[in-house]
Design a protein around this ligand. Structure first.
Ligand code: HEC
Length: 128
């Protein structure tokens, strides 16, 4: 009886757990080189950078990550502890430059450094 119940449980667990592996898991953080990890945002603490970053976000990011960065059906929220606390601003810069195309996150290198740092300023302002 007990063995049968376990056999029934295995597929159920797989069905429930598998989609969680496909969702954003922060694996990209393991690929950030140390020199990028430690980079500082030149606009840190500047309200004008947050305002400029809000416009960059609404032009380029909101269609996937939601109008207020709350996430959409298949794209992660950027208000998460990972984006707000775990990742350094240098990590976020690296991700925006390189993207994570295998997971559906494009590279934003074409925006150039000022706009990339501004959108990071905007993202980090969301946790305050
Ligand atoms: C075409 C849809 C799309 C657009 C547009 C997009 N992203 Fe993403 N983004 C994704 C997806 C999908 C992921 C999840 C990747 C993964 O699984 O690690 C992601 C992940 C991220 C992450 C890491 C989140 C985490 O929890 O690990 C950040 C930060 C991010 N995006 C910022 C941005 C910013 C800023 C912009 C605009 C400049 C942007 N994205 C535009 C699809 C998009």
């Amino acid at each position: 009886m007990k063995g049968r119940r376990v056999l029934f449980l295995i597929p159920t667990v797989l069905i429930v757990v598998t989609p969680a592996f496909c969702a954003a898991d922060g694996a990209w953080l393991n690929h950030v080189p140390a020199k990028d990890h430690g980079r500082k945002n030149p606009y840190e603490g500047r309200a004008d950078a947050v305002a400029a970053g809000r416009i960059v976000f609404s032009d380029h990011c909101s269609k996937c990550h939601g109008e207020n960065a709350q996430g959409t059906k298949k794209r992660p929220s950027l208000r998460s502890a990972r984006v707000q606390q775990q990742a350094t601003e240098g990590d976020l810069h690296w991700l925006l430059v390189n993207g994570n195309m295998a997971r559906g996150m494009p590279s934003w290198a074409k925006l150039g450094d000022p706009q990339i740092w501004q959108v990071i300023s905007y993202l980090r302002s969301l946790s305050q």
